[in-house]
Structures are given as C-alpha cells and as structure tokens.
Design a protein around this ligand. Structure first.
Ligand code: FAD
Length: 361
C-alpha cells in the first residue's frame, strides 16, 4: 500500500511526488505516456521556475531571456505598446526537458515513477483507494491511502470521482518556425475573442506562434491567419486544453487534484506550470496520508495561496474584451516600464509598480 498514488507526471504531479517523498511518504507516480510528450505548452515562465529546478539543469533548459511584452490591438503590423523591465522578466524554456528534470527530481527524492501506465479506473474505499492502470504488461492494480489527480485539464481522476469541472476549457494551438530568434520581447495580440494570440522568440529553438480561444471559435483557422500575417514557416504544430477558473471543490474523501486538473492556472495567460507546482507543495505540506480528512486543509490552503492572484487575474482578463477605445486608453496609460511580477498580479499594488508608474516619462 502506497501513501500516495499520483496520476500524471507533468510538473504538478512530479513536484508533488518529490515534496511528499522528501517528507518520507511512500509515493508511486503513473504517467500514461513518455514523460513530457506530447508537447502542448509554450514553456514561458517567470524566473520563479528556477526555485523548482536543480541549478545544474538551468543552462540546458533555458532557451531565451525575455524582458517584456509588446501588446497589440491589431495584427502583426499594428502599433505595439511595450510593457517591460530593465532586467529579465521571464524565460522561454524547454518544456519537455522541464518535465523530465522534475520527474528525475521526484525519483531522486525516493518516489517511484513509471511511464507508459495509463490509469483507467479509480475507486475510493473507506480505508484505501484502488487504482487500475494499463501498461506494457497489461492491466495492473495498485492500492494507496490517497490518490493525487495531477492528470491535466481533462483529468480522469476528476471525472471518475465525480468532482466538478473547471469553469472553462480553452483550446490552445501552437506552431514553431525553426528560424532562430533571440529577441527580448514576446508579442501579444488582443485579436481573438476573450483571450490573445502570441509570438515567442525561443533563441536557437526558433519562434513559437500560438493562440487560445473558447471551443467553437475556430482556433486552427485563426492560427493560420496569425502565421500568414507574420509570414512564418511553421514546421510543427500542436494543441492542448487550458482550464480557466478552478472548480468549487478539488478534493474527495481520499483524493485531491493539483495543477490543471484543479484549474490552478493564471486566468489572464493560461499559464499553470508555477501555480500547479506551488499548489503541489501546499498539498505535500498539508495532507497526511494517515488522516485523509486533511485533504480539506489542502483545499483551504491552496486557495489561500493562489486565490487572490487568480481573482485579480480574472479581472485583468476581462480587459481583453473591453471596447477598443478603452483598451487604447489603457495601453497608453499603463505601457512602459513595469514593476509587476508576472505570476503575482497582486504585485500590481506593490511599491515597485508604483515607483515604475511614477517614473514614466
Ligand atoms: C497551448 C498552451 C500553451 C501553454 N503555455 C504555457 C506557458 O507558457 N506557461 C505556463 O506556465 N503554462 C502554459 N500552459 C499551461 C501548462 O501547460 C499547464 O498549466 C501545465 O502543463 C500543468 O501541469 P500539470 O502537471 O498540472 O498537467 P499536465 O502538464 O497536463 O500533466 C498531466 C500529465 O498527466 C498525464 N495523464 C493524463 N491522464 C492520465 C492517465 N489516465 N493516466 C496516467 N497519466 C495521465 C498526462 O500524460 C500528463 O503528462 C500552456 C498550455 C497550453 C495548452
């Protein structure tokens, strides 16, 4: 009997496994495919990422350093409104490499991580959880005190245990042009309904184009129009779901969700790598496998950790749908040097941001 059976070895599952194993818990992680594949993420993250990764892996994972974003109310040739810092704000990283690194950290901490095991059934019993997975040797059965659903936006754990869905599931599309670009800025286009399209220079790894919209808003067609405007030569494409707005409940009796499965993303960017890992640390800290009711402590604690930033992030996202004249006025008022931390919109009210605003020319 394991203490925790973790479904999914993405950033949230591997981080939870590492943190729990470091606390002496007995942890098994089952990942349906190859770790890190298929890729469906931009891997654009704040520098906080390096708190979760061994120093030795930094150089290999970092593809480019980003100083800010140029916002556009129109397409590729439209006027841009830069938001920036004088120092590096974020990095474009190798997301496949990140997942492998985090899974390795979990193994080194003592967790067992098995790829190519797809979890097909989860049953909560009064004294344990029973899990079935299909792997290279056929169907295998496992038992654990608790199950951690870290299985992404379309979580099987969530649906099998009857936990509620996130508020929204956006459809994201990405494509890569292999021409190297070491530029300092990402471009953000407020040209799609209720979200945005983007261009990210990834150093020698080329340029990434992408967008996310609600299902039914023709993500592939809009993506074709974006890359045509930029005259980009797309070699590889991929797509994935982005949950926005956490469900009302993310825990069961002997179960809990972390990461995308729990809607732990930034509502104004869809980014979830860091929020998921922060919540995973909260789960490892709060949940005692000998006392399953401690999942409720986790439910409170992760909302205390991320809730305010998610609420402000939701308000920022509402700005994407304002009438054009208001958006233009907002861009003129707020663009320039910024003091905001990209993962913590609460820092909009920080002295650093105030100082940056007052120092505008
Ligand atoms: C187009 C796009 C661009 C994005 N860009 C960014 C970005 O720039 N920055 C950022 O921070 N975030 C970004 N995100 C969001 C980010 O990818 C997610 O928030 C992050 O991957 C969440 O990590 P996770 O571990 O919770 O889930 P995931 O990374 O989805 O991992 C879940 C894992 O569970 C496995 N799994 C699923 N079902 C089962 C099963 N039944 N049995 C076993 N294993 C299973 C999956 O194979 C997967 O490995 C983007 C998302 C999309 C779609």
């Amino acid at each position: 009997m394991y203490d925790f059976l973790v479904v999914g070895a993405g950033p949230s599952g591997s981080r939870f496994a590492r943190s729990a194993a470091e606390r002496g818990r007995d942890v098994l992680v089952l990942e349906s495919g190859e770790i890190g594949r298929p890729l469906a993420c931009s891997g654009h993250v704040s520098l906080d990422i390096w708190e979760f990764v061994p120093d030795a892996a930094r150089e290999e994972l970092r593809q480019n350093e980003i100083y800010g974003a140029r916002f556009h109310l129109g397409g590729a040739d439209s006027r841009s409104h830069p938001f920036y810092k004088e120092t590096v704000v974020s990095n474009a990283i190798d997301r496949v490499g990140l997942d492998r690194t985090l899974a390795e950290c979990a193994r080194e901490a003592g967790a067992t991580v098995r790829a190519n095991h797809t979890v097909t059934s989860i049953r909560e019993r009064p004294d344990r959880v029973e899990v079935e997975a299909s792997g290279p040797d056929g169907v295998e059965r496992f038992e654990a005190r608790l199950v951690c659903g870290a299985d992404g936006p379309k979580s099987k754990v969530r649906s099998q245990l009857g936990l509620p869905e996130p508020e929204e599931l956006l459809h994201g599309v990405l494509g890569f042009d292999p021409d190297p670009d070491h530029g300092d800025f990402v471009d953000v286009h407020l040209t799609v309904p209720r979200f945005f399209a983007w261009r990210i220079p990834r150093g020698d790894a080329g340029v990434e184009y992408g967008l996310a919209v609600a299902p039914g808003e023709d993500a592939p067609g809009r993506f074709d129009a974006l890359v045509e405007e930029y005259d980009a030569d797309i070699e590889r494409r991929c797509s994935g779901a982005i949950p926005i707005g956490p469900p009302d409940r993310t825990v069961g009796k002997r179960s809990f969700l972390v990461g995308d499965a729990a809607g732990q993303t930034k509502p104004f960017t869809g980014g979830g790598i860091l929020y998921g890992m922060r919540a995973a640390d909260v789960a490892a800290r709060e949940i005692d496998p000998e006392h399953p009711a401690t999942v409720n402590e986790y439910e409170h604690a992760w909302r205390a950790e991320l809730g305010r930033d998610q609420a402000i992030g939701k308000a920022i996202r509402a700005g994407y749908s304002l009438p054009r004249p208001l958006q233009r006025a907002g861009m003129r008022a707020f663009s320039g040097e910024i003091g905001v931390h990209m993962d913590r919109p609460t820092s909009l009210f920080s002295t650093e941001q105030l100082r940056a605003m007052l120092s505008w020319k």
